[in-house]
Design a protein around this ligand. Sequence first.
Ligand code: ATP
Ligand code: MG
Length: 562
Amino acid sequence: MNETPETGIDFVRHQITLDNSSGRFGGTVATRFPPEPNGYLHIGHAKSIVLNFGIAQDFSGTCNLRFDDTNPTREDVEYVDSIQQDIRWLGFGWHDRLFYASDYFEQLYQWALHLIEHDLAYVDELTADQIREYRGTPTEPGRNSPWRDRPRQENLELFARMRAGEFPDGHCILRAKIDMAHPNINMRDPALYRIRHARHHRTGDDWCIYPTYDFAHGQSDAIEGITHSICTLEFENHRPLYDWLLSHLPVPHVPRQIEFARLNLTWTVMSKRKLLRLVQEKYVEGWDDPRMPTISGMRRRGYTAEGIRDFCRRIGVSKTNSTVDLALLEFSQREDLNARSPRFMGVVDPVKLTITNWPAGQVEWFDASTSAEDPTVDIRRIPCTGNLWVEREDFMEDAPRKWFRLAPGKEVRLKFAWYVTCTGVVRDAHGEIQEILCTYDPESRGGETPDQRKVKGTIHWVSADHGLPAHIRLFEPLFTREDPDEADDFTTVINEHSCTVMNGYLEPALQELKAGETVQFLRMGYFCRDSRLDTPEHPVFNRAVTLKDSWARVIRNQRENE
Ligand code: ATP
Ligand code: MG
């Protein structure tokens, strides 16, 4: 569905190939990514970024970064900065091709005058409500505004006075004069300019009229020599207007608009308006909260740019809206993190394990590689004593037959170290297990014994005498339902358990890890040292993704068989 059968490329690239062979743009390819700086970029934007910058790479073309900054009331330089940082982090650059629609305000104004001079635009004084009423519906034609036929000279004067700031917001607008009975509502004399007495983050107080998206976008594409203006499907029925404006203005160049389906993800809201609400109403820590679908949130969580790009390639590009399973994004991350993350030991939900036959005060050190591939490189030292932390879930009192982890009477291998056999437990006043008691086999150092006896289970551990206390944050989706957009108000389906903070212990070598670096904690998943909350005294780690939990499957199968 996403690929044209003949070529194996997506339909956008297919169209570009056709244009190149017909010579429509002289064989050149110029795309752009046009964010409005009114929020942080999210994974949906990543799809568009990978598409636009990726096409430029594939066709030896260019991709501009253009801020679509035509709405001063919602925009901010904080967003301008974060957007640039996120695109760079994703692995794309724009060299000197950074543009702002606001740079074209004067040219756009001149083109608006051109339309008025050619009787193709007029100043309308209907109120917003009247304009809506006159517009008609998809099944009924609209009606002409009483101001539609005012003389050209009067339009020119009024438009000049709009610009000069003589009217308050909403007093009048400039509209294209197309056709109030057009079957496409976007063609029923669409708005081109609105009065908005608001300070703009780049042009300051120079302007009090601002072009609409429709008037700014295509003309900005034309100014920049964009060949293929790739946008999401909701702009499909704006295309006739896009083409109409370009054909009635003395633009230097006429681009082609191509629409593709936006990315939707299960368990996720993607609209910037909703993400802003999550931030403003403090449901999350900020735009870069690791539970947010923003690029900055994913980076903080420990997701990699390579994994995000891989995900974008896997989902492809199509003309039909659909919702992608969040598990696919996690799969791409797991694949990439598996290949690049050094392996360490960290206990997330600790319980004490005491080796009762351990010589008092003895410390043993093990050399072990953090590499998944080559056991001879990246060696770090791990201390072991008779007081350990192990994972609470690695102990079971009434274990089923195929349980290969800790249980009374069972022997397991401590990763890199010795075999231990569980001899009992100590409980607190509430009956909670406080401590697991074991003996170790001193002949099993490194995980082998002279009698070569087999031990099936291997568990991770941290020396309680050396362990680094850390806050370990485990995440679930931010919503309790797969389709939060379907709820009447998406804030009513927020998952209260979306972030659980565990008091874990890490092997001491992790003290050296830098904020923003991701490692695997053996058997527990991939964890990134937090870049905001972490302090040298108290490390904070975020779980990016779990490992595939084969244990859970084994246990489930086995319970079913019993
Ligand atoms: P919102 O409607 O949530 O504010 P937007 O589409 O208005 O988002 P922009 O900043 O205008 O946000 O988007 C910049 C570019 O990214 C546009 O070309 C837009 O089509 C694209 N884009 C935005 N969201 C998605 C998405 N979910 N999937 C694919 N592309 C997207
Ligand atoms: Mg937009």
